[in-house]
Design a protein around this ligand. Structure first.
Ligand code: ADP
Ligand code: MG
Length: 606
């Protein structure tokens, strides 16, 4: 028979340590948090062999009294919590009193500390849970802790350690999170005797982001500041152009503590909907502040997850804050050209042949004043045969633009409206703007315009449905037919009239008049494909966004469609009329900007 027996304290410690101390980075995290709680202003970290050999943290915080040194290593001993009620108003990083005990249980630790007001300090070691003798120590005020041979007494754990470089990567990540959450701290990190990071206390958040993530990210951030009741959100969000393949660059902090939260990450992604392609992730560094009693940080051993009193409200708070900021931003994608191939050392231009020497910039005239767009003016949307439907989007503006159209065929359009542009490869429009050379994807832009117009007309109830005199029968499989018919009301709101004809055939009775560019039956077929390709029925909002973008895609001019100058002018004129012309509904950019400065730099004029 098996007997129940009490585990020895050293086994208990090892089990507890298993929860909190997973790898060297966990030790670094706990020690850094202790230094922060001690009110330090400077913290220096020294690592050897990815932390497997040594982790040393030195701070200038309040210190620990000689009498308390041994308690610091005792489990469930803390100076940060007195009773259970305190658990619900936690203002410190630590509170469980477990970290030092756990670390001391699985490594050789030396703790040295001196109270600010005392003339001398003391030191105490702890090896695998065994305390050494208390000694005098003559260091400067603050605490110095050395953790050597992590997991020396738990060989399995030690074997699980990855290469020093990988472990160091985790440590750098921990360091980064802390440095972002506490921009007033002076922090240094060294590995095997080499500087990894030196972050002065004077370096503000934005500069820290530049230090950790590079100038390219730093230059593409928008500051966020949003408040609602007791909740406050500050920080930065990235331009959609700095999207990533995963969510790792989405840093969330709650009351200065880094944490992970699926709900809030979802809110963030949701805010970027339409700006990012599916599977791409936004960059964000967001700091949430909430009263301590609104958050429970005591739900996860390493506190990397928290529980909110009202998660739903927080979700919409975040969604709203980020979306508003994105709307306020100018979202034209900036094209960053690669650096020139053989870059001469700065300032030393090689001798150029005469004909290559820089000349005074004589404007884009030669490019843009090419004579003759050969085609006669024509309206993009043809006509739908019914005079009084709403004018199709491009055609309406083409009419206005053609008033300024010069008979000699030069695409000179009078101010104020539209800048001059040329079409390349029947796919791109290139134009000169004060900011630089703008290259527009004609399909993506038109798609976005139609999408936005459809959306706003649906919203305002002014979407015109073109009824078919003779309903068009569309043959489908029985399953397709039933799926489409199930969504009949939703589709009617989108301007698509559907009726059941029986036997798998549905009748298309009407379609959005705006979309007359392509045969209406084709539009219905895209809808059928969309509905048929899914296991679960989409939410109404998903259905709307998706179908609208599909219909827009379908109806828009394509790459390969040659455009007349009027059509180009009309398209460009509408750029300013819709909310977000910077991305097509699938999230691809509609335009890339080669800034004037970038051009000058590439050609080494500056
Ligand atoms: P907790 O941080 O949850 O209180 P720890 O085991 O991490 O538990 O630390 C135990 C106690 O040791 C802390 O409550 C604190 O009083 C003291 N301590 C640990 N590190 C430091 C430090 N760097 N400076 C001052 N006091 C410290
Ligand atoms: Mg602690």
């Amino acid at each position: 028979m098996r007997r129940i027996c009490r585990l020895s304290p050293s086994v208990v410690t090892k089990i507890a340590a298993g929860e909190v101390i997973e790898r060297p980075a966990s030790v670094v995290k706990e020690l850094l948090e202790n230094s922060v709680d001690a009110g330090s202003r400077r913290i220096d970290i020294e690592i050897e062999q990815g932390g497997a050999d040594l982790i040393r943290v030195v701070d200038d915080g309040c210190g620990i009294s000689r009498d308390d040194l041994s308690l610091a290593f005792a489990s469930h001993a803390t100076s940060k919590l007195k009773d259970a009620d305190d658990l619900f108003r936690i203002a410190t990083m630590g509170f469980r009193g477990e970290a030092l005990a756990s670390i001391g249980g699985v490594a050789r630790v030396t703790l040295q500390s001196r109270l600010t007001a005392e003339l001398a300090g003391a030191e105490l070691s702890c090896t695998g849970g065994e305390l050494g003798p208390l000694r005098d120590w003559n260091g400067s005020p603050g605490t110095r802790i050395e953790v050597r041979q992590l997991f020396y007494n738990t060989p399995v754990r030690r074997k699980f350690l990855r290469t020093p470089a990988t472990e160091m990567g985790h440590i750098s990540e921990t360091f980064t999170r802390l440095a972002l959450a506490h921009p007033e701290l002076h922090l240094t990190l060294r590995h095997n005797g080499k500087d990894v990071f030196e972050v002065p206390g004077s370096l503000g958040l934005l500069d820290r982001l530049g230090l950790f993530f590079g100038q390219e990210v730093k230059d593409r951030l928008y500051a966020v500041e949003h408040e609602q009741g007791p909740a406050r959100l500050t920080g930065y969000i990235g331009d959609p152009a700095c999207e990533r393949g995963n969510g790792r660059m989405q840093y969330l902090f709650i009351n200065r503590r880094w944490f992970r939260d699926r709900g809030l990450q979802h809110a963030l992604q949701e805010a970027y909907r339409g700006l990012l392609m599916t599977g791409r992730y936004a960059v964000a560094f967001l700091f949430l502040e909430l009263p301590a009693d609104q958050v429970d940080v005591n739900v996860h051993p390493t506190k990397s997850e928290v529980r909110f009193r009202d998660g739903g409200a927080l979700h919409s708070f975040m969604l709203h804050a980020v979306r508003r900021r994105l709307q306020a931003a100018n979202l034209t994608a900036r094209l960053h050209a690669p650096p020139p191939l053989s870059s001469p050392s700065s300032g030393n231009q090689p001798d150029l042949p005469r004909w290559l020497e820089p000349r005074a910039f004589d404007g884009p005239g030669s490019l843009f004043s090419k004579p003759a767009f050969p085609e006669p003016p024509r309206a993009l949307h043809g006509d739908s045969g019914n005079g009084d439907g709403p004018a199709p989007p491009i055609a309406r503006h083409a009419a206005a633009a053609s008033e300024h159209f010069q008979p000699h065929g030069e695409a000179v359009l009078f101010p104020p409206a539209v800048p001059k542009a040329i079409q390349l490869y029947d796919a791109y429009l290139v134009l000169e703007t004060p900011e630089g050379m703008l290259v527009i994807d004609q399909h993506a832009l038109h798609e976005r315009i139609i999408f936005e117009q459809l959306k706003s007309r649906i919203r305002s109830g002014t979407l015109e449905c073109q009824r078919l005199l003779v309903p068009a029968p569309v043959e489908l499989t029985a399953e397709q037919a039933s799926r489409v018919l199930e969504q009949r009301d939703a589709l009617a709101e989108l301007g698509l009239g559907i009726e059941d004809f029986g036997g798998g055939t549905v009748l298309l009775t009407g379609y959005p008049a705006m979309l007359c560019r392509r045969p209406p039956v084709e539009i219905l077929k895209t809808v059928v494909d969309f509905l048929g390709g899914r296991d679960r029925l989409p939410s109404r909002e998903q259905l709307f966004t998706d179908l609208l973008s599909r219909m827009a895609c379908h109806a828009a001019v394509r790459a390969g469609d040659p455009l007349t100058p009027e059509e180009i002018a009309a398209l460009l004129a509408q750029r300013d009329l819709v909310d977000d012309t910077h991305h097509c509904p699938h999230g691809r950019p509609t335009a890339l900007l080669f800034s004037r400065h970038e051009l000058d730099r590439q050609f080494r004029r500056v």
